[in-house]
Every structure is written in structure tokens, then in C-alpha cells.
Design a protein around this ligand. Structure first.
Ligand SMILES: [Zn+2]
Ligand SMILES: [Zn+2]
Length: 407
């Protein structure tokens, strides 16, 4: 490695790229797109990396971009992921580059991810002579509930990435967050984020006059019993050392005070930190709902719509990412989290196939308190743009370190 490829050298280079990184981020921020089809964002990526000789390839079923950097010397293959999609909400930040699209906002910071990954591609392309192996840049649409990573895997992402090179041996991702001080890296080995499945339970009874419940079959108290029993399930059937969450966020039944409705609907979410719990809970939720309804002579239909799997950081990959980050920003700015985050993330699909790790890049704006600053998904969320230099350098450094370790 040359001196320039030391962590501090990479950070210096990333800082020189910061103006163009911020410019790309702001351009994307002005024109956010939701879901799996992000034509404008995809074109912005192609424009941003078009001069780097990375043979970018676009998806057929979704607006993805995959770019490959072949180093001057052969070696292993490592993947870096940046997600690209926005959220359906109205921005309320007052920023001068605020969203110009009604009802759509980059409130999860994926615009910063695109800009950081494009910056890392430029940085790594500039030192291709020192790269031994291949770096795959995965620009992914549809993270916010659309399973974009799964579409890319189904389209042969890993096979394409490996063609003419070795299999993808490591995968890394960063996610900005205002809940951590700017420029810090926050991660843990093992479960990093939860699985998130959607529960829909319909209790079916018999409607009638509210004054004569014995002549009807009231689904409302049965639904209430199910809500209670699900909480008992969580505390009595799930190990305290492998926690899970069920929240019923919506109960819907009836039209007015004097009618017993025919159905009562429950809508909720189920979060786990292991696929074992996830599988077990699916069966238990069905048994509880159907069993309670049956005990009252009613029926319950349970639909569990699978969300994302558990995001599990590989131990060695988390250590490598944390170690590189410590060299970049100082070990006092790398936090190994005691607990996972119960949100979910579709990089989990990649980590099911390839050992790797993701980390939260702190991006709380200057002067704000990470404890109370508007969070990701808020209409008011603002991210610190200086932190993007740390992100660019971290992406580049973790790729180089991974390749150097595996060579
Ligand atoms: Zn999000
Ligand atoms: Zn996100």
C-alpha cells in the first residue's frame, strides 16, 4: 500500500471529494423517487460514475445499477451497497435543497448513501493500481419495504459480480442516522437489525343488535383477547435472551355504538432477532389467534406478510469494519452497540448469502442533540453533510482492507 492509501490518506482524499459528494446528494434530495423504479436516480448514478470505466449494468426488473472495479492485480471480490429510494412524505426541513416533489422526501438519507458510494467508487478507481481484486458497487432501489435487494439477487447480482473474478467474499453497507453523533460509526457483531413481518388477523363472528349480544357472536372482545394473548406469548414463549416484539398497531371493527359487527381486524408487526424465533412465532401467532377464536365459536384468519429477514453482521466482518473505522476516525468514535436496532433492513438478504456487515454512520447535524434530533423517516430530519466524507472513506477503506486480508 502506498501512503495515500493509509486510512488518513483515504480520509483526506474523501474530503477533497466532499463538494461533489454533497452536490450529488443535494441533486438527488431535490428529486426523490419511491420504490423499485427510480429512473432519474439511476441516471444520476450512471452520470456520476460514467467516466470511471466500471462497466455499469442496469437492472431489468428494477432501477438498479451494478458497477465493477477491477484492480490492477487479481484478488478476491468485495461488495459495497448503497440504497437509493426515498419515502412518501412531505418534507418540512426548510433546506434550500428540499424536495421539489410533492409527497416524496429522502427522509431516510438514502440520497447520502448514493453519493457516498459514488464517491467511494471515484476514490477507489483513482487508486486502481493498488487494488488487488474486484470491488462491486451495488446501487439498490426499493429498500423501504420493496425488497429491492432481493430483486437484485434474483437477477443474478452475485453471479454477475463474480463473473471473470472470484465469488463475492464480503459485503458492507453504511446507513446514516441522526441518532448518533456526526462522523461516528456504530455497529455490532451478530444480529444488527430485526426481522419485520406484518400481521393481519381477521376475527369473524356474527353481527347483530348491540343490545342482544347473546343472539350474535361479537368479534370485538375476541380480538381484544387475542391482542392480550399475543403479549403473553411474547413473554412466556420467547426466550428473554433472544427477544422479540409484537405490536398490534391498529384495531378496526364496527361502524357505530349499537351494532355488533361481523368482523374485527388486527394489524400489527412482528420483530425478531433470529430466524429461529421468527419461524416459531409465525406458527404460535396462528395457533393463538385461531385457538382463541375457536374457543368462542368464532374463526380467525391470520395472514403473515413476510418483511425483511434479520440483519446479521458476520463477526469477522464487523470486526474488520469497526477496526478500519477506528483507524479512520479514532476508536473513541467507533461504538460497538450493546443492543440491536429493532428496525429492519433488506441488506439482510445480501448478508444471508455473503458474510459482511453494516454500520450506522452518525450524521446528527451540528448543534443538535442525537437524543432528540428528528430521526430518519421524520419530515424534519436533517443529516450532517460533513459526515459524508467519513462515509466515502469508510466504504473505500473497508473494501481495500477486506481485499488485503483475503489475498
Ligand atoms: Zn428507512
Ligand atoms: Zn434507510
Amino acid at each position: 500500500m502506498t501512503n495515500e492509501l493509509t486510512p488518513s490518506g483515504l480520509l483526506d482524499r474523501a474530503r477533497t471529494l466532499l463538494p461533489e459528494t454533497i452536490a450529488l446528494r443535494r441533486a438527488l434530495h431535490r428529486h426523490p423517487e419511491v420504490g423499485l423504479r427510480l429512473p432519474r436516480t439511476q441516471q444520476a448514478v450512471l452520470d456520476a460514475i460514467g467516466d470511471l470505466g466500471l462497466a455499469p449494468r442496469t437492472g431489468t426488473s428494477v432501477s438498479s445499477v451494478v458497477a465493477l472495479l477491477d484492480g490492477a492485480r487479481p484478488g478476491p471480490t468485495v461488495l459495497l451497497r448503497g440504497d437509493m429510494d426515498a419515502l412518501p412524505l412531505d418534507e418540512d426541513t426548510g433546506l434550500d435543497f428540499a424536495s421539489e416533489v410533492d409527497g416524496v422526501m429522502h427522509a431516510c438519507g438514502h440520497d447520502t448513501h448514493v453519493a457516498m458510494l459514488a464517491g467511494a467508487a471515484r476514490l477507489l478507481a483513482a487508486c486502481r493500481q493498488d487494488v488487488a481484486g474486484r470491488v462491486v458497487f451495488m446501487f439498490q432501489p426499493g429498500e423501504e419495504g420493496y425488497h429491492g435487494a432481493r430483486f437484485m439477487l434474483d437477477e443474478g447480482l452475485l453471479e454477475h459480480a463474480a463473473s471473470g473474478a472470484g465469488p463475492v467474499g464480503g459485503a458492507y453497507a453504511l446507513h446514516v442516522s441522526t441518532q448518533y453523533p456526526a462522523g461516528t460509526l456504530n455497529l455490532r457483531a451478530g444480529p444488527m437489525m430485526a426481522s419485520g413481518d406484518r400481521l393481519e388477523i381477521t376475527v369473524r363472528g356474527r353481527s347483530g343488535h348491540a343490545s342482544a349480544p347473546y343472539r350474535a357472536l361479537d368479534p370485538v372482545p375476541i380480538a381484544c383477547e387475542i391482542v392480550q394473548a399475543l403479549q403473553t406469548l411474547i413473554t412466556r414463549r420467547v426466550s428473554v435472551f433472544d427477544p422479540a416484539v409484537i405490536t398490534i398497531g391498529r384495531i378496526a371493527a364496527g361502524t357505530t355504538h349499537n351494532i355488533i359487527p361481523e368482523t374485527a381486524e388486527l394489524l400489527g408487526t412482528m420483530r425478531t432477532l433470529s430466524e429461529h424465533n421468527r419461524e416459531a412465532l409465525r406458527g404460535q401467532v396462528v395457533r393463538i389467534a385461531e385457538g382463541i377464536a375457536a374457543a368462542h365459536g368464532a374463526t380467525a384468519e391470520v395472514e403473515i406478510r413476510p418483511g425483511y429477514p434479520v440483519t446479521v453482521n458476520d463477526d469477522a466482518a464487523a470486526e474488520l469494519l469497526g477496526g478500519v473505522a477506528a483507524e479512520l476516525v479514532g476508536s473513541d468514535r467507533v461504538n460497538f452497540l450493546p443492543d440491536p436496532v429493532m428496525g429492519s433492513e433488506d441488506f439482510s438478504y445480501v448478508l444471508q448469502r455473503v458474510p459482511g456487515a453494516m454500520a450506522f454512520l452518525g450524521a446528527c447535524p451540528p448543534g443538535a442533540d442525537p437524543e432528540v434530533a428528528p430521526t430518519n423517516h421524520s419530515r424534519q430530519v436533517v443529516f450532517d453533510e460533513d459526515a459524508l466524507a467519513v462515509g466515502v472513506a469508510t466504504y473505500a477503506a473497508v473494501a481495500l482492507r477486506h481485499l488485503a486480508r483475503q489475498t
